[in-house]
Design a protein around this ligand. Structure first.
Ligand code: SAH
Ligand code: SF4
Ligand code: F3S
Length: 491
């Protein structure tokens, strides 16, 4: 297996060499390095894939840029979870076409989840002939090969696989943030929630070997990463199908022991698989963040069953109670869909009831979007858009109310924040993220980006705070101050 991995990496290296020859020719002709722009449309997993694609482009000799106007190679890493994600891609392709008219050597590539749908490929081949390369989610590891082919081809290169059981380790990566990183622990999904297209475009669930994950995280920590986010569509079923099975909780225990790491996040947790062992590991850890994203989707048992979620409203509420009892300072966030086929106003009331009882710290609310090929799209009782919008507004009002109440509880407290970036509106301010995933804006030097600081949460503005830095802490003070802060929360 390890050998196979080495061989594939060596093969991709040969293609990289070909790309470099092409890049050198570009440099000779234009007197500068070619630029590449990678744009992500999807979730954290897509964002992590984009870092791998960027790593390959950098290894090929490209200078990475955020500007499509400046780029000589544009890659869209697409998402198809809801139709509006697809529409955004089509909209921007029109703009890319206008750029290409001004700059004919511009190469345009599309990859990711949307490209796993035949209807999408047909449409692009028919109406977007200017696209140069299309590939999917399963052969991302072959990007060096596909790039080398595209750079010399006059025709559109299309290479989309139906599925794969392969996981290629140690591809080059170009991280977006130097101090935090996503880490894939598994790929694909086996749950087949009836509305969801992810299992069709990402394939069956495959877990990475724990040793590979730990070794990647150790290297990241050595490289200055202080926060990792473990990524999977359903992290709670991690490791079940490995040759030597291991639980997600056990993996977390091992990640927790990696030196240098200060914060551990993960997503997403499916409520049906969340174990007592996981709650216990979270409770004991000082590194695992005080945040759990636990998608509810609906509070109506009838709808939950039609969604194939495999839990009831009562089970969800009991689970939340158990978690809050064990870890009182935890923030719980969720995803909710309204307008699922057959949903009545009474079903929406059931969902709002759960929102009120749980008091989510935040919730992402979506209007149901039918996805071709999923069971729900073929259901007859589709909800009219107008009614779905009404339900959405009612739900959103409830979500905002409870989230505001939760956020207000922390006003006046002092908490630890990881400084993530400079504030876009005012460069004198930075934005920090608390362990519970809330954001706080405060005045600080830009050199603090990537560092942990203590911040007084002076004012709560619903979904974020404004505050003031009270002390910058080093590793040794961390535990002591961390405890103090925990106690303040409980008071
Ligand atoms: N694996 C994660 C979710 C991935 S998709 C999980 O199971 O929780 C992220 C969110 O998009 C889902 O939680 C769901 O709320 C929403 N979603 C997925 N398919 C959708 C659809 N067809 N229409 C509207 N929202 C959808
Ligand atoms: Fe989609 Fe359900 Fe899998 Fe999440 S668990 S990716 S919602 S099928
Ligand atoms: Fe979208 Fe694919 Fe993620 S469909 S949500 S980018 S797994």
């Amino acid at each position: 297996m390890a050998n196979e991995n080495e061989m594939e990496l060596a093969r991709q290296d040969e293609y990289l060499e070909k790309c470099r020859t092409h890049v050198a020719a570009f440099q000779a002709e234009y007197g500068r390095q070619p630029k590449a722009c990678v744009t992500t449309f999807g979730c954290q997993m897509n964002a992590r894939d984009s870092e791998k694609l960027s790593g390959i482009l950098a290894a090929a000799g490209y200078d990475l840029t955020d500007s499509e106007e400046e780029a000589d190679f544009v890659l869209y890493n697409t998402c198809t979870v809801r139709d509006n994600a697809n529409q955004r891609v089509y909209g921007r392709l029109g703009y890319l076409n206008s750029l290409k008219k001004k700059k004919p050597h511009l190469k345009i590539a599309l990859c990711g989840c949307m490209m796993q749908e035949q209807a999408v490929i047909d449409k692009i081949q028919k109406s977007y002939r200017f696209v140069d390369l299309i590939f999917g989610t399963h052969n991302l590891f072959q990007f060096a090969k596909l790039l080398s082919e595209t750079l010399v081809s006059e025709k559109m290169v299309v290479d989309v696989w139906e599925g794969t059981d392969k996981i290629l380790e140690n591809l080059p990566v170009k991280r977006k943030y130097y101090y935090k990183s996503g880490v894939n622990i598994m790929f694909g999904c086996n749950n087949f929630c009836s509305y969801c297209i992810v299992p069709y475009v990402r394939g069956r669930e495959r877990s990475r070997e724990p040793e590979e994950i730990i070794s990647e995280i150790e290297k990241l920590a050595e490289d200055g990463v202080v926060e990792v986010m473990l990524l999977g569509q359903n992290v709670n079923s991690y490791g079940k199908n490995l040759e030597h099975p291991i639980t997600f909780a056990e993996l977390l225990r091992r990640v927790d022991r990696v030196e240098g790491l200060r914060r551990i996040r993960f997503m997403t947790s499916h409520p049906k698989d969340l174990s007592d062992e996981l709650i216990e590991v979270m409770r004991q850890s000082t590194k695992i963040s005080r945040h759990l994203h636990l998608p509810l989707q609906s509070g109506s048992n009838r709808i939950l069953e039609a969604m194939n979620r495999r839990y009831t409203k009562e089970q969800y509420l009991a689970l939340v109670e158990k978690i809050r009892h064990a870890i009182p300072d935890i923030a719980i966030t969720t995803d909710i869909i309204v307008g699922f086929p057959g949903e009545t106003p009474e079903d929406v009331e059931e969902t709002i009831d759960v929102v009120r009882r749980v008091q989510f710290d935040n919730a992402f609310t979506f209007i149901y979007s039918p996805r071709t090929g999923t069971p729900a799209a073929a259901m007859e009782n589709q909800v009219p858009q107008e009614r779905a919008h009404e339900s959405f507004d009612r739900l959103l009002a409830a979500v905002q109310e409870t989230a505001r109440e939760r956020a207000a509880l922390l006003q006046g407290k002092v908490m630890e924040a990881l400084v993530e970036e400079m504030n876009e509106q005012d460069p004198a301010f930075v934005t920090g993220r608390l362990s519970n995933n809330m954001l706080v804006h405060f005045k600080a030097d830009r050199r603090l980006v990537g560092k942990f600081v203590m911040v007084a949460l002076d004012a709560c503005h619903g979904f974020y705070y404004t505050g003031r830095m009270v002390d910058q802490i080093g590793q040794s003070q961390h535990t002591r101050l961390g405890k103090m802060v925990d106690n303040q929360w409980l008071n």
